[in-house]
Design a protein around this ligand. Sequence first.
Ligand SMILES: Nc1ncnc2c1ncn2[C@@H]1O[C@H](COP(=O)(O)OP(=O)(O)OP(=O)(O)O)[C@@H](O)[C@H]1O
Ligand SMILES: [Mg+2]
Length: 149
Amino acid sequence: MRYVTTSARTTERLGQEITRETAHRFKKRTQALVFALDGPLGGGKTTFTKGIFKALGVRGRSVSPTFILLRRIKLRDKGSLYHADLYRLEDPRAIQALRLKEIFAAPENIVVIEWAKHAGRTLPKKTVRVSFEHGRNERERIIIVREDK
Ligand SMILES: Nc1ncnc2c1ncn2[C@@H]1O[C@H](COP(=O)(O)OP(=O)(O)OP(=O)(O)O)[C@@H](O)[C@H]1O
Ligand SMILES: [Mg+2]
């Protein structure tokens, strides 16, 4: 699906809606629910992530974990929300240290990865890919959501 937003608020709301809909559809999943976000600086990835946090009832700010790569927030019921920002991941081998495979293996986990393209091919099947592009003006963003097979 292709969406066009013209404010940070609507990008956030889109993140919220996509999360609700996807989490519902993937209720009986066998591995983690993964959102892989890609796009330029200022594209709206962290803003969209705020919406993901809201949909999951997580309070607090979805600050980009730029200096720690991966942040874990325990969810109310079971499992955790992991928020990664791989912008600074220069050596793709460093990804192994994050133990993402273990995180992906637990169906109760939800994982949001900004700059997911830096993760190479380590993402699981059915990953929800969200790409961001700047539009015709400062406030326009083109957001494309698709699911990996
Ligand atoms: N339609 C829009 N959607 C999202 N953000 C918008 C929009 N219009 C303007 N903005 C502004 O663009 C910026 C988006 O920043 P955000 O941190 O979400 O980007 P990002 O993709 O995470 O960037 P980075 O890769 O640097 O972390 C914010 O300052 C926001 O207010
Ligand atoms: Mg960001």
